[in-house]
Design a protein around this ligand. Structure first.
Ligand SMILES: [Zn+2]
Length: 370
């Protein structure tokens, strides 16, 4: 049986081991020992060296007791800032930080749930197939750990990422693709009072381009945003340069391309109109994924939810997660709700009942696949 006190204790312990992005090493060491104590064979890959992190991804394998197909559970180890010296507080069945940091339930609630389920498997000698676990680095800010994972090492065809803020029972079956767009407009400087007609204002070019753009909510599947604009020096110089940073997302890879092309086109047209030049860079951060509602993985999660009294429901996500990367690498993956509320804010909190339910769900999924 899932032991509430034990899983809460583990969660509190985990969030108190700081693991800001790129400095997951101390926490990784802790998890390696825990996984080894549970009988896992653990390796750390070389993604950390490539990415400038103080550890690589933690990859753990537990040999099955049945011949069932292997399954993969995954969470990320890094947390956003401010996430150093987290002091968790429990109040009325809810875990909060002390208000000066995030809590780190994103994604350590998932890690605690996986570990608790495995403990029960071991304790009660529950039959299971091979279990693979990936605790990734550098997820926040680009899914870099998962992108640099060696997939030839993993044998699972189905992966369960525990990294969504919804209620346990939520199954994320679609995730957006994201493009990062960087524009550098180069105009021509001139004295703004003496000879403004000799200048080309890069700021005006950018403003013309942006004013012609369709932005924010494009359609039910697509969004776009200008996140940062920077340019110019002083008021008496016509601004020679302006940089603009933007993003676009869509659940549909084609729609995303169309939106990004549109944004680039607006800059090109504006630059031409003013006689400026624009350097536009579009980088696909990750591709969209979509798992069919009738896919066996969704059916299996639904069955597991129903067995433990959770109401299963599928949903799309507005954000990227390691789920996108697993799917792009041929592993059918869904992202499961673990109740991480208000992630990335000082108000982040976690209901203990959700932590317990997430643990039960992992346990039930393992049983279902055995
Ligand atoms: Zn997360």
């Amino acid at each position: 049986m899932i032991n509430q006190d034990r899983v809460v204790h583990s969660f509190l312990e985990y969030v108190q081991i700081s693991s800001p992005t790129k400095m997951e090493g101390k926490f990784a060491k802790h998890m390696i020992v825990e996984l080894q104590n549970l009988g896992f064979e653990v390796t750390v890959d070389d993604a950390g060296e490539k990415l400038g992190c103080d550890t690589g991804n933690v990859i753990a394998k537990l040999a099955g007791t049945t011949g069932a197909n292997p399954i993969l559970f995954s969470c990320h180890m890094d947390t956003v800032s401010p996430g150093i010296d987290i002091k968790p507080i429990i109040k009325d069945g809810v875990i909060y930080s002390d208000g000066t940091t995030i809590l780190g339930g994103d994604d350590k609630a998932g890690i605690a749930a996986i570990i608790e389920a495995i403990r029960v498997i071991k304790e009660e000698n529950i039959a299971h197939g091979d279990i693979e676990v990936v605790f990734s680095i550098f997820e926040e800010g680009g899914l870099h750990g998962a992108k640099n994972l060696d997939y030839s090492n993993l044998h699972s065809k189905h992966a369960f990422v525990l990294d969504s803020g919804g209620d346990p029972g939520q199954i994320i079956v679609k995730g957006p693709a994201q493009d990062k767009l960087d524009f550098v407009v180069t105009g021509r400087p001139a004295h703004a009072g003496v000879a403004p007609e000799e200048g080309i204002s890069a700021i005006m070019v950018a403003s013309e381009a942006i004013s012609k753009m369709t932005l924010l909510r494009i359609d039910s599947e697509t969004t776009a945003n200008i996140g940062r604009i920077e340019g110019g020096t002083v008021t008496n110089i016509v601004a020679p340069e302006c940089t603009v940073k933007a993003e676009a997302r869509s659940l549909d890879n084609e729609k995303l391309k169309k939106q990004s092309d549109h944004m680039v086109e607006c800059f090109k047209v504006a630059a031409e109109k003013f006689g400026a030049t624009v350097d536009a860079k579009v980088e696909r951060m990750y591709s969209a994924f979509s798992v069919d509602e009738n896919d066996i993985i969704v059916q299996n999660v639904k069955a597991a939810c129903e067995k433990i009294g959770l109401k299963p429901f599928t949903a799309p996500s507005g954000g990227g997660s390691d789920t996108n990367i697993f799917n792009a690498n041929g592993i059918t993956a869904v992202n499961l709700g673990i109740g991480e509320r208000k992630p990335h804010t000082l108000e982040e909190h976690l209901h203990i009942v959700d932590l317990v339910n997430a643990s039960k769900l992992v346990l039930e999924i393992i049983k279902n696949y055995a």
